[in-house]
Design a binder for this molecule. Structure first.
Ligand SMILES: *[C@@H]1O[C@H](CO)[C@@H](O)[C@H](O)[C@H]1NC(C)=O
Ligand SMILES: *[C@@H]1O[C@H](CO)[C@@H](O)[C@H](O)[C@H]1NC(C)=O
Ligand SMILES: *[C@@H]1O[C@H](CO)[C@@H](O)[C@H](O)[C@H]1NC(C)=O
Ligand SMILES: *[C@@H]1O[C@H](CO)[C@@H](O)[C@H](O)[C@H]1NC(C)=O
Ligand SMILES: *[C@@H]1O[C@H](CO)[C@@H](O)[C@H](O)[C@H]1NC(C)=O
Ligand SMILES: *[C@@H]1O[C@H](CO)[C@@H](O)[C@H](O)[C@H]1NC(C)=O
Ligand SMILES: *[C@@H]1O[C@H](CO)[C@@H](O)[C@H](O)[C@H]1NC(C)=O
Ligand SMILES: *[C@@H]1O[C@H](CO)[C@@H](O)[C@H](O)[C@H]1NC(C)=O
Ligand SMILES: *[C@@H]1O[C@H](CO)[C@@H](O)[C@H](O)[C@H]1NC(C)=O
Length: 663
């Protein structure tokens, strides 16, 4: 080894092991070792535990899969245990970590009978209870980097982390090893690295619910953070904390679609091609402008006819009038300054959005689709023509499109105000949204827009990605739903057999859609319910971190509702000045929309009637889907997260943990 390589090697290791003497020691994070359940030294339990631990650390344990469970002895002295190595660890590193932790546990928890030890590289766990195939959330470890993302970038960063984590959660839950690691571009210099993992003894649904609990439990406003639970873990950093080579080898593209297609033994399972990435669930679309301008639609359509003459005549299915929807690509290039960075106003499902100004001064939002669709040109044009016919004041209008080689561009009406998301995430803006004239109106407008998509139009269109950032507000604060056209254009050919194609945003996705890729009008109803709860509470679903013991918004709302304190959900800014009956009725409707079973969710038609008439009786809601049980007792590791930086791994509760750890 050259001296230079060894220097780099040394540096990397001192970095990873935070100044420990031995470079090979795993990085200890924390332990869960309640002193309420202990055993005495010469007991049968003690003997069984030794047997268990030596079995788990024996050379024949399955270090290559990174997971092993074992049971020793008979009840009541039976010990059940397991280890889980981080998915990218080599069998040697896994073995090393497990052997180290087995030794370590006698120092840390000499007589605890229910123990979890967390390391960066592995987890060791044992208990007098049967811990296999059950989800345990209690006993978590959370560590955050002390450095915050600068505030002018934090929204974009939180969106990126949330998007990437949700995607990784779906992948992890669907994979046989219950593991996923994703790298996403952040800036030109830095990438975001996300790693999520469950113990593989739990099923897909359980894994997903544990991961979602963890995603909601970590604030995304730092440059890194991790949350470990006995059944799953989640971590994000702006540096490659896992072995990318190992991950690429482990997660070939074929694993994305369950069931995995049969692989020919002569084909290498290792692939260096990147996994398909969906851009469809981005939640950053904000078609916005500082100066409100009313789009002169008629003038614009006249403009089309002019441009259409220059466009190639292609579609023979659409009537001649629809031809005017096709615009010359060069015209769009000119309007957007050739898609210049300074014209970029956001990123929506399936592509980047630019602001464009046509020769006549008409301002439009131009979406340049990412080149992932394999849809044929004719199909694409027919879809656009159909979608462009949809006209409703609560839908953003699709005005036209352009095709040029692989380039596909959609031109939308320009909506002057920002998205609802912008108002909900900024406390200073929330004051602008009072109940009667704004929020109630917005809820009604969104309901009308979805109802039109579902029923009033000639087609049934399922949006599939309803969320606050896809609700734009016009100059009068009327809501306009965006991105519905793409849902249809890209959506209908996607079936549940390919879960990596699920578009949508977790937090808004119904359980059956997130789990099985099944979507229907009722999945839009679920998303609508989440939106209603967000509008009433004035908080983004994704802002419900575990700081106050509550979790997702839906869970929080249900708890308050079932405690008879539904009004506690209401945004403090409006609570003193709102029509309480209306608000409670809306919470009631919101909870009905997020019922687990789609059959229990009302249709948009019924919702619309419930919203507009006080005489319609509303059924009593049951516990919603994705409801997470509260922990029965306070989690000893649930104290306020202290901060760490990435070179020093200190633990959460220094008073109770650091002293026990031999330095
Ligand atoms: C367990 O720990 C708590 C605080 O860490 C302490 O107050 C209590 O006395 C301990 N109980 C026993 C049995 O050691
Ligand atoms: C457990 O160990 C601690 C110290 O290691 C000791 O103080 C305590 O008495 C032990 N408890 C039992 C029940 O043996
Ligand atoms: C455990 O057993 C050994 C001998 O078998 C004895 O010397 C020791 O005192 C015992 N310890 C306890 C805590 O009972
Ligand atoms: C490894 O082999 C030993 C002896 O053959 C056995 O007792 C132990 O349970 C095995 N461990 C595992 C994890 O299979
Ligand atoms: C575990 O402890 C034993 C004895 O204290 C020691 O010989 C062994 O090297 C340790 N193993 C590891 C992996 O630290
Ligand atoms: C964010 O603010 C910092 C200074 O606080 C500045 O250096 C940086 O360029 C800003 N970034 C963006 C994207 O505006
Ligand atoms: C990330 O950035 C690299 C280099 O700028 C680029 O080649 C790559 O396509 C980007 N990946 C994605 C998913 O945008
Ligand atoms: C990363 O994984 C690859 C393949 O498993 C292995 O060859 C390489 O040594 C690992 N790198 C590090 C730094 O552990
Ligand atoms: C795998 O492919 C080889 C050649 O491409 C073929 O001879 C063999 O039968 C295939 N095996 C299976 C199981 O399909």
């Amino acid at each position: 080894m050259s001296s230079c390589t060894s220097l780099i090697f040394l540096f990397l290791f001192s970095f990873l092991t935070s100044f420990k003497a031995s470079a090979r020691n795993p990085v200890f994070l924390n332990q869960f070792c309640p002193n309420t359940t202990t055993f005495s030294r010469n007991s049968t339990y003690s003997t069984n535990l030794k047997t268990l631990l030596s079995s788990l650390s024996s050379p024949n344990a399955s270090y290559s899969t990174g997971f092993q469970n074992a049971i020793a002895g008979q009840a009541p002295d039976r010990v059940t245990g397991l280890f889980l190595c981080r998915g990218d660890q080599s069998p040697e590193d896994c073995h090393n970590c497990v052997a180290f932790s087995v030794n370590h546990t006698f120092n840390i928890c000499p007589n605890g009978s229910e123990v979890v030890l967390y390391y960066d590289e592995c987890m060791l766990r044992y208990s007098h209870q049967n811990i296999l195939s059950t989800v345990t959330l209690r006993g978590r470890n959370i560590q955050l980097n002390g450095n915050k993302i600068s505030s002018n970038q934090s929204d974009r960063f939180e969106d990126l982390v949330s998007l990437t984590m949700n995607q990784a959660a779906l992948e992890a839950a669907s994979s046989s090893r219950k593991f996923s690691a994703i790298k996403a571009n952040w800036t030109a210099l830095h990438s975001l690295y996300v790693l999520l993992q469950c113990t593989p003894d739990i099923n897909k649904q359980e894994c997903l619910s544990c991961l979602y609990e963890s995603i909601y439990g970590i604030p995304f406003n730092r440059i890194g953070g991790k949350l470990n639970r006995p059944s799953c873990s989640a971590r994000y950093e702006l540096y490659p904390f896992y072995n990318e080579t190992a991950v690429r080898a482990l997660l070939p593209p074929s694993q994305q679609a369950p069931p995995p297609p049969p692989t020919n033994a002569s084909t290498s399972p290792v692939s260096s091609t990147p996994r398909p990435r969906k851009s469809g669930n981005s939640n950053m679309l904000a078609v916005s402008i500082v100066v409100p301008i009313i789009v002169p639609v008629l003038l614009f359509i006249a403009g089309y006819c002019f441009f259409a003459k220059r466009a190639k005549k292609t579609s023979d299915i659409a009537p001649a009038c629809d031809e005017s929807l096709q615009l010359d690509y060069r015209t769009i290039q000119a309007a957007t300054n050739d898609f210049s960075q300074s014209n970029r106003i956001g990123r929506g499902g399936f592509g980047v959005v630019y602001k464009g100004t046509f020769w006549d001064g008409t301002e439009v939002a131009v979406k340049r689709l990412s080149k992932t669709s394999r849809q044929g040109d004719t199909e694409f044009k027919n879809e656009v023509v159909v979608v462009a016919k949809l006209q409703h004041r609560n839908l953003v209008r699709l005005l036209g499109f352009s095709l040029q080689g692989e380039e596909r561009v959609l031109v939308y009406e320009y909506v002057p105000n920002k998205s609802l998301d912008y108002f909900l995430s900024d406390p200073a803006k929330q004051g602008l949204l009072d109940w009667r004239t704004r929020r109630y109106k917005i809820i009604g407008g969104i309901a009308r827009g979805i109802l039109y998509l579902h029923q009033d139009s000639r087609l049934t269109i399922i949006h599939r990605d309803l969320k606050a950032s896809n609700v734009l507000l016009d100059a009068d604060m009327n809501p306009k739903i965006a991105d519905f056209g793409m849902a249809r254009i890209f959506g209908m050919d996607q079936t549940q057999e390919n879960t990596s194609r699920i578009v949508g945003t977790y937090g808004y996705m119904s359980p059956e859609y997130a789990m099985n890729g099944q979507f229907s009008m009722k999945s839009d109803v679920y998303s609508f319910g989440v939106l209603v709860l967000e509008i009433i509470s004035g908080r983004k679903n994704s802002s419900f971190y575990a700081t106050d013991g509550t979790h997702a918004l839906v869970t929080h709302a249900w708890r308050l509702w079932s405690n008879g304190t539904a009004l506690d959900l209401v945004d403090p800014v409006i609570v003193d000045n709102c029509q309480r009956n209306e608000v409670v009725r809306c919470i009631h409707i919101g909870l009905l929309c997020v019922q687990e079973d789609p059959v229990d969710r009302p249709t948009m038609q019924t919702i619309f009637m419930m919203l507009t008439s006080n005489t319609v009786t509303i059924p009593v809601p049951q516990q919603p889907g994705f409801f997470v049980q509260s922990r029965p007792e306070r989690d000893p590791l649930d104290s306020d997260p202290s901060t760490t930086n990435k070179s020093v791994a200190t633990s959460v509760d220094d008073s109770s943990i650091t002293d026990l750890y031999p330095r």
